[in-house]
Write a protein of this length. Structure first.
Length: 202
């Protein structure tokens, strides 16, 4: 079930030098501590640990917004996959599905390949989030085509992965050497579409 406390898959290491993510039982609380694998001051690390404890306590009480705010402040000090995972858990509770997907992708991209079980848990949650989002695969007949979605550039073809969007109306534009194509779409939650742009006339 999407709204379950999936964050329970994470626990913290006792070491201040590294962190591992491990599975917990389905009713466990979110992690209470965090240590960063990225450069950060000792003050930032300690503050992040304290904020994670506060977030865990609020999460356990069902205070999703309070937990989210605590995790967000920890994230600002020490970006880390475990913090991203906890933020995603609270974002799911708050119905912020796109933001949750972004943080889950961060966690997945920063988990070591050897952490097979943890990566699988994150991937499973991403799949469940698709029920609330739209997955768009974008391609073109040429490499280097600029792709814009709702006025924001998302990259150039070939794009490495699909783009997740909120359901609703979206304008997708492709530009290459002065030529462009625009496609307007109204997309329902759970939709998965493939768009291919042809700019061969450019």
């Amino acid at each position: 079930m999407l709204l379950r406390s999936w964050v329970v898959f994470w626990v913290c290491l006792i070491s201040l030098l590294s962190l591992q993510l491990a599975a917990r039982a389905a009713r466990a609380n979110p992690p209470e501590e965090i240590t960063s694998t990225q450069p950060a001051s000792n003050d930032d690390t300690l503050q992040s640990q304290e904020l994670m404890k506060q977030g865990a306590a609020k999460y356990a009480r069902g205070d999703w917004l309070g937990a989210y705010e605590a995790y967000q402040r920890a994230w600002e000090r020490t970006p880390h996959p475990a913090i991203a995972a906890n933020m995603a858990a609270t974002e799911i509770k708050l119905g912020k599905y796109l933001q949750a997907a972004i943080h889950l992708k961060y966690a997945l991209n920063h988990l070591p390949p050897v952490q097979v079980e943890k990566r699988g848990a994150v991937q499973e949650q991403l799949e469940q989030l698709r029920e609330h989002l739209v997955a768009v695969s974008l391609a073109a007949n040429l490499n280097g085509v600029q792709i814009w979605i709702d006025g924001t550039q998302v990259g150039r073809t070939p794009l490495a992965e699909e783009v997740l969007l909120e359901p609703g109306h979206h304008s997708i534009r492709a530009e290459y050497a002065g030529a462009e194509q625009i496609k307007a779409l109204d997309l329902a939650a759970g939709a998965r579409i493939n768009l291919v742009f042809d700019l061969s006339s450019a």
